[in-house]
Design a protein around this ligand. Structure first.
Ligand SMILES: CC(C)(COP(=O)(O)OP(=O)(O)OC[C@H]1O[C@@H](n2cnc3c(N)ncnc32)[C@H](O)[C@@H]1OP(=O)(O)O)[C@@H](O)C(=O)NCCC(=O)NCCS
Length: 440
């Protein structure tokens, strides 16, 4: 039923700019910890990823980078005639392996610093203040012996030097952290980059933790997940298990992006739909009562539909008066849907009106969920029937249990105000009592 038109390329660019603007504002001065596996550094897309990180830093995001080292350590051990040792997926770092760890960290640090320095000083970024700083920001302790296995120099983060990192961030520097930590007794410990990233993001109370992974994200992983969903999908991708744990701690949101997606980082952070998966400790999509401050967002959503004659025009003043009747669908704090319930003269009938879902968010049953929600709300208010007046969407409502009726079936006030010029169809649905709490 959609009106399929060839998109105007200029308009597409303009609407993309409009979409990006609010995200630039929102992310300014926020701390993002971006972590990537050692494998990602060796991929052809890595240079682009670094360029995108430089762009993000130039947009006033405070960036902390954490890199992995696994394949680089493995190849050094093998080159020296050794064999990488693992137990339960965790490296056993003996003295020789520790040497490989130090070499790998040194090599990767120089490589990343080099690429990032070039990217940060490109003419188009043009911010002389930006630099990359690496340092000794972590102290570590050994993992110890588990199930009789001594992990030797494999460690875990003991403390993150938050003050030093924040000091560097306040000078607009990108902070680069390698997964190696030192103990007060002078030992070095090999750390997992995932745990390092989680510990660092938690200590810094980072606004976002982003993992760029070389592993293909198994489908069908939804682009927005709750902690529980990530936990369940952890069997398919162990990183998700760690992410679920991280989200349970102090980190609000964790993003997972495939390294082979060109521009994945920018798309995920600066567009509404994103490209990867976002895991948060709360549902990122919700239906809630509308507030006065939602009026501009609602108007933006419904104006094009009013212009097409699909919805009846409402002035801003009218919307202010009637805001208590509205509910909105919110995705990542953006209004992507709305609906309103109005009382009628007939105490058993409510009118459902102004049902709309933003075109970019359709085809995902949001309309169904919204109408279901409003039905449950009407039931909660003691109503037995739901009325809709529609000019162009009657089939959609009929498919959802509404029956076509006549003007005579309208409650008195609706009959009096019926607009014969608009000639809307009258649709009524008998409401069935369900468990309200589960629907709401
Ligand atoms: C009706 C609406 C809320 C549904 O949103 P949604 O659930 O997110 O998803 P879609 O728009 O993709 O619609 C889902 C299905 O309904 C169909 N549909 C959409 N509009 C329709 C219409 N006017 N008449 C009949 N079917 C329609 C779609 O083709 C799609 O069918 P498909 O799954 O077979 O492809 C949304 O299309 C919308 O906002 N429309 C404009 C506003 C409107 O008409 N509101 C009602 C005014 S009273």
């Amino acid at each position: 039923m959609h009106n399929i038109e060839t998109p105007d390329p200029l308009f597409s660019r303009v609407s993309l700019l409009r979409e990006i603007g609010p995200y630039i504002q929102r992310h300014r001065n926020k701390i993002f910890v971006i972590a990537f596996a050692g494998e990602v550094v060796e991929q052809p897309t890595f240079r682009r990823i670094i360029q995108d990180i430089a762009i993000i830093a130039s947009l006033d995001v405070r960036v902390v980078l954490i890199h992995g080292t696994r394949p680089q350590i493995d190849s050094r051990i093998i080159e020296d005639g050794g064999q990488p040792l693992f137990h339960n997926g965790l490296r056993i770092t003996d003295k020789d392996a520790l040497l490989a760890v130090k070499e790998a960290c040194g090599y990767l640090r120089v490589k990343i610093e080099n690429l990032l320095t070039t990217a940060l000083h490109q003419p188009q970024i043009n911010n002389a203040a930006l630099d990359v700083i690496s340092g000794n920001f972590l102290s570590a302790k050994p993992i110890g012996v588990h199930d009789g296995i001594d992990y030797k120099y494999t460690g875990q983060v003991r403390k993150v030097n938050i003050e030093s990192i924040k000091e560097q961030l306040s000078h607009e520097n990108v902070v680069l952290i390698s997964p190696i930590g030192y103990s007060p007794t002078g030992e070095s410990y090999n750390l997992g980059y995932e745990q390092t990233a989680i510990a660092t993001a938690t200590a810094l109370k980072a606004n976002k933790l982003i993992f760029i992974t070389h592993e293909p994200i198994p489908m069908p992983i939804p682009n927005a997940m709750t902690r529980q969903e990530a936990e369940e999908l952890g069997e398919q991708m162990p990183l998700l298990k760690l992410i679920a744990k991280a989200v349970n701690q102090d980190i609000e949101r964790v993003h997972l992006i495939e390294s082979m997606t060109d521009g994945g980082l920018l798309l995920e952070l600066y567009t509404r739909e994103g490209i990867g998966s976002m895991i948060s400790n709360e549902s990122v999509e919700k239906i809630r009562p509308a507030l006065l401050e939602d009026i501009s967002g609602i108007l933006e959503l419904i104006r094009p539909l009013e212009q097409e004659g699909i919805l009846v025009r409402r002035s801003r003043e009218q919307l202010e008066l009637e805001i208590g009747n509205f509910h909105i669908v919110e995705v990542d704090r953006q209004i992507v849907g709305c609906a309103a319930l109005y009382q009628t003269d007939d105490l058993t009938i409510s009118e459902l009106s102004c049902v709309a879902v933003h075109p970019q968010y359709r085809a995902n049953y949001r309309g169904d969920r919204l109408v279901n929600y409003m039905e449950q709300l009407a039931i909660k208010q003691g109503k037995q029937k739901l009325l809709v007046l529609t000019t162009q969407t009657s089939d959609w409502f009929k498919e959802r249990g509404f029956d076509e009726k006549s003007i005579d079936d309208l409650p008195e006030n609706k009959k009096r105000l019926y607009n014969y010029k608009r000639n809307s169809r009258v649709l009524i649905k008998p409401l069935k009592q369900k468990s309200v709490s589960s629907a709401l």
